[in-house]
Design a protein around this ligand. Structure first.
Ligand code: C5P
Length: 310
């Protein structure tokens, strides 16, 4: 009798920016305590999983050449982690990543791929697992992976993996400036530790005003409050980002911030039309590799067929 092979499953998964990122002290485990406001953007990756005799990962699109396809790939680690969780040794699946999110860009692209893989495999293997159970596996894969499962706007604490949703009814419009090369996240955290040893780099205040601005839905109010403790470290390692940040505001954005550990810069705009105008001007300013527009918040990892996990 022929075994029935299930059809491939595709999931769309968002990128993130941090509207607020407060970095605390270095912990014993090598991580830093964070308080952050995550915001999921419409710049997405697509993850397709299929049963295959030859397991592995393929990568296409934005930055494809610099994504490892071996055992280190975070999506492959997600396959292994889910397989171990449900007692499936030697999983025979192929993962295809179609990347729109910049690689090593501070927008959690690798985390998105891991989250997308967890959701896609749950459907492919018809597992009885909800998002909350997947989040436990996600947190072990990386600090930003749980947020990519849920999306929306959320307050993150701990390493960033403990999440509480934040009310945000309004859609905000963003322009993203991708840099020529990525930045290593651990390297940026190390640089912040170094800057704090030799001086007093700026620290963002409380996240509470950001949460209020999100509830009000006024982009002008939110623009005044964007803040990221990692920005000084990213700019220290990549001084050209200063010019990029200035160019976005000169082009008409309300404010700009380095996204996560950078080097991508995110510019908040008054509306969709203004975002298109800022993007066009920034693209011509010669300060970055490429420019995208996006909006947020958007949902977390979703099957493209519209089905839902429970
Ligand atoms: O969790 P993730 O694998 O994304 O973290 C990558 C690196 O970023 C960590 O190894 C650590 O150096 C740094 N990091 C940190 N504190 C956090 C999150 C990440 O120091 N809360």
């Amino acid at each position: 009798m022929l075994a029935v092979v299930p059809p491939p499953v595709t999931v769309r998964v968002p990128s993130k920016i941090n509207l607020h990122l407060s970095v605390g002290d270095l912990r014993e485990d090598g991580f830093h305590d964070l308080t952050t406001v995550f915001h999921a953007l419409s710049l997405t990756d697509e993850v397709t999983v299929a049963v295959a005799e030859e397991p592995g990962v393929e990568v296409y699109g934005e930055g494809e050449a610099s994504v490892p396809t071996g055992a280190n790939n975070l999506a492959w680690r997600a396959v292994q982690a889910l397989a171990a969780h449900v007692g499936k040794p030697d999983p025979k699946v192929r993962v295809v990543l179609r990347k729109g999110i910049p690689v090593a860009g501070g927008m959690a692209g690798g985390s998105a791929d891991a989250a997308g893989t967890l959701v896609a495999l749950t459907a492919l293997w018809k597992l009885d697992l909800g998002r909350d159970e997947l989040a436990g596996i996600a947190a072990k894969l990386g600090s930003d992976v749980p947020f990519a499962l849920y999306g929306g706007t959320a307050l993150g604490t701990g390493r960033g993996e403990q999440l509480v949703p934040v009310l945000s009814r309004h859609t905000f419009h963003w322009v993203l400036a991708f840099d020529q090369r990525g930045l290593s996240t651990p390297r940026v955290y190390e640089e912040l530790d170094r800057l704090r040893e030799i001086g007093d780099p700026p620290r963002v205040g409380s996240h509470a005003p950001v949460v209020e601005a999100l509830a009000s839905g006024d982009p002008r109010q939110l623009a005044l409050l964007l803040g990221n403790d990692l920005q000084a470290a990213a700019v220290s390692l990549r001084p050209g980002l200063r010019r990029t940040l200035r160019a976005g505001v000169n082009a008409g954005a309300l404010a700009g911030t380095v996204s996560g550990s950078g080097p991508t810069c995110a510019f908040l705009c008054a509306d969709a039309e203004s975002a298109l105008a800022v993007a066009a001007e920034l693209a011509g300013a010669g300060v970055c590799r490429t420019v995208r527009v996006a909006h947020g918040p958007v949902p977390g990892a979703r099957l493209t067929g519209g089905e839902e996990l429970h």
